[in-house]
Design a protein around this ligand. Sequence first.
Ligand SMILES: [Zn+2]
Length: 401
Amino acid sequence: MSVWDDLVGQEKVSEHLVAAARDADALVTAAAADTPPPESSKMTHAWLFTGPPGAGRTQVARAFAAALQCVSPDRALGGVPGCGFCDGCHTALIGTHADVTTIAAVGTQILARDMRDTVRKSFTSPANGRWQVILVEDAERLNEQSANAVLKAVEEPAPRTVWLLCAPSIEDVLPTIRSRCRHLNLRTPSVEAVADMLVRREGVEPEVAAAAARATQGHIDRARRLATDPAARERRAAVLKLPLRVEDVGGALKAAQQLVDAATEDAKQLAEETDAKETEELKAALGAAQGGRLPRGTAGVVKDLEDMQKRRRTRTQRDSLDLALSDLTGFYRDVLALQLGSRVAIANADAEDALERLARSSTPEATLRRIEAIAACQEALDRNVAPLLAVEAMTMALRAG
Ligand SMILES: [Zn+2]
């Protein structure tokens, strides 16, 4: 299985990247042999991957990073870089390659201090002599300062540095940055392609795979989670019951509270798993005895870590809420489809009774208003409105009538 086999429904994008990886390999080989580089090359030092959430932007970028680090002997025999097995591919994929740095937002923004070390590293040569790869998972979350730092680095790159930026759309990235990037847009993978991946890669039963792919409409990670994690299926089933429970004000407020509580619980669980361990490890690395005092001048470092953890908790809560809101949107889209007499593309076939009931008891106009109320809630959350406030406003708008 090469790194390219993991990409779901992105044949065009893969084609471009395979060609670039071949040329990148030729550049490295020429430099190692001290021969002049090939005259034309499809390789470039900055890439921007865009596409809808769940289409696999990060997976594509990571596959490319692995291909750039591929050291398989097959390359010399005309094999495609990105074998998936060699040391270069493997360590790049699991995130331990010395020359692949991944930046992911832990809060709603990537701060300048999160980028400082990485930007510095981008001006150095790769340790293993191939490429210094910097992968920014959520380039749309760069704030003004961190975006400016990236811009400087992309403007004057070290010869062997490659920036891989991922964002939902090209508008999410500063024009000055994106004008220096080669842009590749991913499409939403088809339901069939996602189902096929779940069967092939995860060993999921074809029927379960098809249902999960349909319910998540081309969102690869959500489909995988739904197909493999019973807790995710339970959570989704609870969310899909919400539309029938918001008939009066009391029901709406209670439903809002439950949605927010479930998201808070997700964030708490993650924090319990990681925070204490991270803090202990950092303190040990700084030279404090178990539970003991920190050496002079290191308290700020611990404070930075705690700030990061707090931002990560907020982000997890938002992500979890966002997932529930996407499920709800899908539900009302199905209601609308039934009301308009189209049964073809029902995503939530497992909730058909509830769908039929709502379709009969309301109008397409009312359904559209509800879909808009969910979108307004998502926007409010993006603007940092207190989650309960935003979700209550939404569930009140979802009531019948
Ligand atoms: Zn390889």
